[in-house]
Design a protein around this ligand. Structure first.
Ligand SMILES: Nc1ncnc2c1ncn2[C@@H]1O[C@H](COP(=O)(O)OP(=O)(O)O)[C@@H](O)[C@H]1O
Ligand SMILES: N[C@@H](CC(=O)OP(=O)(O)O)C(=O)O
Length: 405
């Protein structure tokens, strides 16, 4: 017997017929002797519609607490429909929504999951699951004192993975409107193909960059023992092949330091910012000479490349050759003994204040930041090599404190 959590996204329950087909796929696994828990989203684009329309009913839009109540109606409707369909198929089920004693997803006011209380509640749900299929509202949460919250757009994926994690489920199936994870968004790129498997880290990257098929916040709940599959609703079979997401998710940030010293090679000149093709020219020259670039930044009047220190002087000569005939550029310089610290994390772009948290302890210790480069999934900080150990420990400490909050 397997314990399965099946999440049906808006598209998979977008019509009554699809809802019925989804319920049939659950009836099949229950008939086969497995235990199932259903997580369901609002039908089709209901949430979009509610968000858009509720803005028009009050002069300044609805108050926050009213907005959550209104938006929750999408999922609250879906669970009732799904239970009706299961009942008609002879499957015992019950639905849970915020406000119920057995409502599983507990968060703080901001929608951050309270793992301890959620765990306790999910265990209760697990006990009831032995006799009947729970149908859970995706996307919604509730605070300790009963205030309604949400897990953010696309949050039903998070509900499913969260419940799967705390339930110790064998499998979480994300049922959607594509044949699994594709090489690109099929609504946008032609010839996108589905892949058989993808690592949780790759999926996290894709998801953060906008592949809405699985919400980024869901992946942190992926455990090694829990298979996660993404399948198309058209098959009417949650056992259908799709894409398997492999590995273990993490919600923590990783701080790494590069041991080897780096050099910052900088081209200065008043026209850096408006010289077309400069970046391409200089980086091609470095690449052709087998010089790897660990980081790059462009300012108004300078362009820097971070390269291995033992190649710094060679890089300097090469870049100098590139600009020497051009009066717009004044000089090339090399700063040695630079250290690189890399902070990465799956939910980086959704973490407000993360740059502040990384930078603040360095400022307080008087450590100068030579360069800071921030991207969707990482922050790279370059500091003087003599200060690298201190900087590393301070950043690690700051992130640990943040994760413990
Ligand atoms: N790499 C990708 N692989 C698969 N789907 C993708 C990818 N990138 C974006 N998508 C989009 O994700 C959509 C599925 O997510 P979503 O609309 O949230 O579905 P659901 O209603 O099931 O939650 C697909 O229709 C597809 O357009
Ligand atoms: N209904 C919510 C939650 C959700 O996860 O939806 P879907 O599974 O259709 O992406 C939303 O639209 O954000």
């Amino acid at each position: 017997m397997s314990k399965i959590v099946a999440k049906f996204g808006g598209t998979s329950v977008g019509t009554g017929e699809r809802m019925r087909k989804a319920a049939e796929s659950i009836a099949d696994v229950v008939d086969a002797g497995d235990e199932a828990c259903v997580v369901v989203s609002a039908m089709g684009k209901t949430t979009d519609m509610l968000i858009e329309e509720m803005e028009k009913v009050a002069d300044d839009g609805p108050r926050d607490e009213d907005a959550d109540e209104i938006v929750s109606m999408g999922e609250r409707t879906s669970v009732r429909m799904f239970k009706t369909a299961l009942g008609d198929l002879g499957v015992d089920s019950f639905f849970v929504e915020p406000g119920d004693d057995d409502w599983p997803v507990v968060t703080d006011e901001a929608g951050e999951v309270d793992e301890k209380e959620t765990h306790r509640r999910v265990q209760r749900l697990g006990e009831r699951m032995e006799d009947a299929v729970p149908v859970v509202c995706g996307f919604l949460g509730e605070t300790d004192d009963g205030t309604l919250t949400t897990l953010g757009r696309g949050g039903s994926d998070t509900t499913a993975m969260l419940i799967g994690n705390h339930l110790g489920a064998d499998e979480v199936v994300i049922v959607t409107d594509v044949e699994g994870i594709m090489t690109g968004d099929p609504s946008n790129v032609e010839r996108a193909k589905s892949v058989d498997s993808i690592s949780v880290d790759e999926m996290q990257d894709l998801s953060i960059r906008g592949a809405g098929v699985v919400a980024p916040s869901a992946l942190r709940y992926k455990t090694n023992g829990m298979t996660v599959r993404v399948v198309h609703h058209e098959h009417g079979d949650i056992r259908a092949e799709g894409t398997v997401i492999e590995g273990e998710g993490t919600s923590t940030h990783l701080v790494e330091m590069r041991d080897e010293p780096l050099a910052a090679v900088t081209v200065a000149g008043r026209s850096v910012i408006d010289t077309p093709n400069l970046l391409s020219r200089l980086s091609t020259t470095l690449g052709e000479n087998d010089i790897n670039i660990y980081g790059h930044s462009t300012g108004n009047d300078s362009m820097s490349f971070f390269v291995d220190q033992n190649k710094g002087r060679h890089a300097e000569k090469l870049l100098h050759d590139e600009i020497v005939e051009d009066a717009k550029f004044s000089s090339v310089s090399v700063r040695e003994d630079v250290a690189m610290i890399l902070v990465s994390g799956g939910d980086f772009i959704d973490t407000p204040g993360i740059v502040y948290r990384v930078v603040k302890p360095l400022y307080e210790r008087g450590i100068n930041i030579i360069e800071i480069i921030s991207s969707v999934t990482s922050i790279v900080i370059f500091v003087d090599r003599g200060e690298r150990q201190d900087a590393f420990e301070l950043i690690e400490g700051a992130l640990e404190a943040y994760e413990d909050e």
